[in-house]
Design a protein around this ligand. Structure first.
Ligand SMILES: [Zn+2]
Length: 490
């Protein structure tokens, strides 16, 4: 295995003060290649997408019951177990908790990859593993909100946002997290979340694939040693991230939230690091971001074990650009809309948000804003100069089933101005991939261009339909391209 040794001034200075750290010199810095090959060797094969459930991870926890000390901490509102997994016997205590928001599962996947790594042997990573084991005591709490995870929703079964329940502790899950922190008294904490895919690095079209924060512990957002150490560690994590995803790292807003766990755990004396996993183009199941999580968490643990974070400054933390919320799925520029007899050119900004369904999830398009949309960035952008808004019609005949409607047929109907079809045999809310609205229980569909509307309309040029916008998906009627569509039956 390739080992990179970088003798820096920093290392020389810690060596002179702490000769017991001599063994760590071989791992002065873990390389991207080492982290990547560790991920490939140890990623947990039982998890392949982001909608896994509490029952799926129980056998994965149990398979580590020899190498880890597993403790049931309590139960969720619905009675599902919440466990912690302890590893290592070093003096620096680190606690990592994931998925307090049930639909934020990226880091949970990475934790199971990390458990496999920590349990590995005879593979060239012994020195790193020994170092972590001797320097750190790790406490992991994967999936703090199992009820939310099973429904793939943010809140728990009391409909409480656990991240606003750190003080009142109405929720059993909040009691569990608070007690775990108080019993363990970690020096470092990792608060692991996902953020919406629409977060960007402010004023750039780049998605904030990872955002980081050392949460504030008071309204004045002051910096003490505890928060300062979190900032230094984040600066080191960002250095690695810039190699992995240049320009795609944001600094999360540090406004103090007196009810949040991250802010309070910082206040209670644990250097707390928030990781927010955002979006990454072409990675809807977040498997690339899972890998990035594995790499930055392992790197951060190494930094903590070696006190390598001390080589970074809070200035480097503040130099990370802020998060923005400027991304849209689709921006249509300068389409002509008619109001009170006059045509006006407006830009339309559209998002398609996921909605959970018993049989999966579908997307719900909506017009987020309109007018001058130059401050936003679209994953897809259409210059609609000279194109006019046209309402769609419902096709008068009914189909027996969705299976009867081919992709060719849909295009033919769209080109004739039909935006919706009626189907006799379909489940209401059934998910389908047709780029047309499917009606089962209604004869109508909602349509429009104003804010909050469902974006279902055509764009025409000199009487010819050029584009259809169906549930916020853009369909080029002359050159239709293949795209993944998740619509539902109305
Ligand atoms: Zn969250």
């Amino acid at each position: 295995m390739k080992i990179t040794v970088r003798f820096t001034l920093f290392l020389v200075s810690i060596l002179s003060f702490s000769p017991d750290l001599a063994a760590q010199i071989a791992y002065s810095k873990i390389t991207v290649e080492q982290l990547e090959s560790a991920y490939e060797a140890f990623k947990e094969p039982a998890i392949t997408h982001r909608r896994f459930k509490h029952a799926d991870i129980q056998p994965l926890i149990q398979k580590h019951s020899v190498a880890f000390q597993i403790e049931k901490l309590g139960e969720s509102v619905a009675g599902k177990s919440i466990s912690s997994m302890n590893w290592g016997d070093g003096k620096t205590k680190v606690m990592l908790w994931s998925q307090m928001h049930g639909n934020e599962s990226t880091a949970t996947m990475a934790l199971f990859d990390l458990f496999n790594f920590l349990e590995g042997k005879d593979d060239g990573y012994e020195a790193l593993r020994e170092l972590l084991k001797n320097q750190l005591s790790l406490k992991f709490i994967p999936m703090l909100n199992p009820d939310g995870a099973d429904a793939f929703k943010r809140r728990n079964n009391l409909d409480i946002d656990l991240n606003r329940d750190a003080i009142s502790q109405i929720s059993p899950e909040a009691v569990i997290l608070k007690k775990a922190r108080d019993d363990f008294e970690p020096e470092f904490g990792f608060n692991l979340h996902d953020q919406q895919i629409y977060y960007n690095v402010v004023n750039t079209p780049k998605q904030a694939t990872i955002s980081l924060l050392a949460p504030a512990y008071n309204y004045k957002t002051e910096i003490n040693d505890v928060r300062g150490r979190a900032m230094q560690t984040i600066a080191g994590m960002n250095e690695l991230l810039q190699e992995l995803i240049p320009g795609q790292v944001g600094k999360y807003d540090d406004a103090f939230e007196p009810r949040a766990f991250g802010d309070n755990i910082q206040k209670w004396g644990t250097s707390t690091i928030l990781i927010e996993s955002g979006g990454y183009l072409g990675d809807p199941e977040k498997q690339e971001i899972r890998k990035i999580n594995f790499m930055i968490i392992l790197n951060a643990l190494h930094q903590i074990a070696t006190q390598g974070y001390e080589q970074y400054t809070t200035d480097q933390y503040f130099a990370i650009p802020d998060n923005g919320f400027q991304l849209m799925d689709l921006i249509i520029n300068e389409m002509q809309v008619k109001v009170d007899g006059t045509w006006y050119p407006v830009d339309l900004a559209i998002r398609r948000r996921e909605t959970e369904n018993a049989e999966g999830y579908f997307m719900s398009g909506s017009v987020e804003d309109l007018g001058d949309m130059q401050v936003f960035f679209g994953f897809e952008t259409l210059d609609a100069t000279g194109l006019h808004y046209i309402e769609g019609k419902v096709y008068p005949e009914s189909f027996e089933s969705i299976a009867e409607i081919s992709g060719e047929k849909v295009l033919e109907l769209l080109r004739k101005g039909f935006m919706a079809v009626k189907v006799k045999n379909a489940e209401a809310r059934q998910v389908h991939d047709l780029p047309i609205l499917v009606l089962k229980t209604t004869e109508k569909f909602s349509s429009g261009w104003m804010t909050g509307s469902s974006p279902n309309f055509f764009l025409s040029k000199e009487g010819v339909l050029k584009y259809a916008v169906v549930n916020g998906y853009l369909i080029d009627l002359e050159n239709p391209k293949k795209q993944e569509i998740r619509n539902r039956v109305f």
